[in-house]
Structures are given as C-alpha cells and as structure tokens.
Design a protein around this ligand. Structure first.
Ligand code: PHE
Length: 353
C-alpha cells in the first residue's frame, strides 16, 4: 500500500538519478524506471491505491499526482539543460513547406485582362443588370415587340406577361442591354466597357447556357467604322499577340448599321481546321475551317441613339459585344477542345492555369 512517505522518497530518489544523468539516454532510462506505463515505480504505487481506505485515498492520490507532475517538470528541465528533447529539432536551413494557394478562375483572369486592355485606351468599366427588362434587352435596341430578330437570343424569360411598359424581365442574353442604360446617363462623349454575365438556351462544345460578354460602346462626334476596326485590332493584338489574324465579315444586327462579325484564326488548330496529330488529324470541333467567331460589332443604329435620347445628327458611335470564354479559349497554346470544361469545376483542369 502506498504512503505519503513512500511517495516523497520515490520523488527524491528519482530526482537524484535525473540530476546525475548526463545525457538523453540516461534521462530516458530514469523516465522509464519511474514513469513507465507498465512497470514504472510510480505507476505501480498508483495501482496499489485501490487498497487504501477511502478517507486516505484522496490525500495519497493527490500527493501521487503532485509527485508525478513534479517529476515530469524536473525531467523536462533536465532535458532542456542537457540540450536534448523529445521534440525533434527544427532545422532552420531546410526549405519550408509552402502552403497550397488557390488562384482566380480562368474566366475571372480573362475578364481582368480584357478590362485592363480597354481601360488603357480610355474605356471605362461599367456595370449593368444581369436580370433586365425586355425594353433594354430588345426594344431599345431596335427590336420592337414581336420582331423576329428577337428569336435569335434564345432568351430565358422570368415573367410570362409584361409587368409594365418596360415589358417582361429576362436573364440578359447579351451585354448590349447596357448600351441604352449607359446612354441614359447622358455623358457624351462616352467610352464604356460593360463586362457581364449572359444567359441563353444553348449548350454544346462552343456554348454554355451561362457565359460572359464584354460590350464596348463609344459615342462621340464623327466616329467612323475605321475607329471601330482599329479599336478591335488593337484589342486582338494586345490579347493574343501580333501574329494572330482577324477577319471581318459583313453581318446583320438590328442595333447596328452597318454590322460586322469578327473572327480570329483558331487557337486550337492553329488556323488549320484540323486537330494535331495526337487526335488523328480529325477536323477541329471548335472552329469552322480555321476561324472562330469572336463576336459582333457595328455602328450604333440611329434608332438606338434616339432610344438613349442622343441626337443621331450630332453624334455617332460604335459598339461591339464579344464572348469572354470564347476569346479566352482562342489564346495560343491552350488547346482546350470544349468550352464546357471551363465550368466543369474539375480541379485537375483548373490548376493548370
Ligand atoms: N449583342 C450581340 C451578340 O450578343 C453582339 C453585338 C454587340 C453586336 C454590339 C453588335 C454590337 O451577339
């Protein structure tokens, strides 16, 4: 049966041995002798505690705990004094562990780059609603109610019936809804770039139902088509590098006159229309014979200027609206064969950028 005296002398004895030990091995030996879980002397004494009458057990138990803490503290101080420790030494000359770091999504990176290029040439970034009235998405853009041109936009309507004179609410099918909204703020001359989310009922290798566009709008006196093409050429060279080619095709939009579409030489197949050898020389699925459409553009239609309360006799302007994801995919060297990969949220894919 353990007693207070026995505990005290055990503490003394162990301390003397620890004081005499000269290295970690010596300390460890004493540690095992007294504190060892199986046969340590203190451990054995504690086991005998069960036989001690209840009223004494509390006092002796308490002293036993004190002895244990005192012994552990003394052991730790001896370890420190001898320069040994159970804790592995930190080698400060080793390279550290670098915490893993995320990065912005590819589309966000592209948006920032696009915004930066346009702000360099005086365009100001503006923000317009993602859920907007039919009026701004269509009517103000020279597409009155029931106009067949509205069909092209594969619109997601939120309301089934018009709620007022601005019509129904829609998920914006293009960033062109920002044109008349911007004009209404009346600050000519203006140069805006509106980068936003758009929605259309479409999904395949080169379309996702949710995507982004950047819309440029410049209004001033005496603006011409050559200003437009010069601006787009500047962007393409800045974004893709001087070696990429663009081509301009005549097109039709209700809100521009004349209208054009701009294509860039395909970055997936390098303008050849065929995938590289590993893909067995198959036709490129992303483009049409080596060219990919980046988006539309044109001179702002007088009716659109009027809808924005701007005098078309005094002012003219150009506008363009291109897809962010599309533009990003056409960067040289990416060779991403399916636009939907951008939104599959597969880290193995995303981490490569
Ligand atoms: N809004 C058109 C589209 O989504 C693009 C466009 C913008 C065309 C501005 C001309 C002028 O395809």
């Amino acid at each position: 049966m353990p007693s207070i005296d026995e505990l005290n002398s055990l503490l003394q004895e162990a301390k003397t041995k620890l004081a005499a030990a000269t290295d970690e091995a010596g300390l460890r030996q004493v540690e095992i002798e007294y504190l060892g879980r199986q046969d340590g002397k203190l451990t054995q004494l504690l086991r005998g505690l069960a036989d001690v009458p209840l009223e004494q057990r509390k006092i002796i138990g308490q002293r036993a705990n004190e002895v244990k803490s005192a012994l552990m503290a003394f052991l730790a101080s001896r370890r420190q004094a001898l320069g040994s420790s159970n804790v592995p030494l930190v080698d400060l000359t080793q390279p550290g562990t670098v915490p893993s770091e995320g990065h912005r999504h590819l589309v966000t990176q592209a948006i920032e780059e696009i915004a930066e290029i346009f702000t360099r040439i005086g365009f100001q970034r503006s923000y317009h609603p993602e859920v907007d009235w039919e009026h701004y998405a269509f009517a103000a853009l020279n597409m009155p109610e029931n106009h067949p041109a509205r069909d092209e936009w594969e619109t997601f309507f939120i309301d089934t019936e018009p709620l007022g004179k601005l019509g129904r609410r829609v998920l914006t099918p293009h960033t062109s809804n920002g044109q008349v909204r911007e004009m209404e703020q009346q600050k000519q001359p203006m140069r805006m770039v509106n980068i936003g989310t758009c929605y259309r009922r479409q999904i395949d290798v080169s379309h996702t139902p949710m995507f982004h566009q950047f819309e440029g709008l410049l209004i001033d006196e005496g603006v011409t088509m050559s200003n437009l093409i010069g601006t787009l050429d500047y962007f393409v060279k800045a974004f893709y590098g001087p070696e990429r080619k663009i081509r301009v095709r005549p097109f039709h939009f209700q809100f521009t006159e004349p209208s054009i579409e701009i294509d860039v030489s395909c970055g997936v197949c390098h303008g050849t229309g065929l995938l590289r050898q590993g893909f067995g020389g198959q036709a490129c699925r992303m483009c049409k014979q080596g060219w990919v459409e980046l988006g539309g553009a044109g001179m702002v239609h007088p009716n659109v200027l009027k809808a924005g309360k701007i005098d078309p006799k005094k002012y003219s302007g150009f506008a363009f609206g291109w897809g962010v994801e599309r533009c990003f995919l056409m960067k040289a060297g990416l060779e991403i064969p399916d636009i939907r990969m951008l939104y599959s949220n597969d880290l193995r894919f995303l981490q490569q950028f």
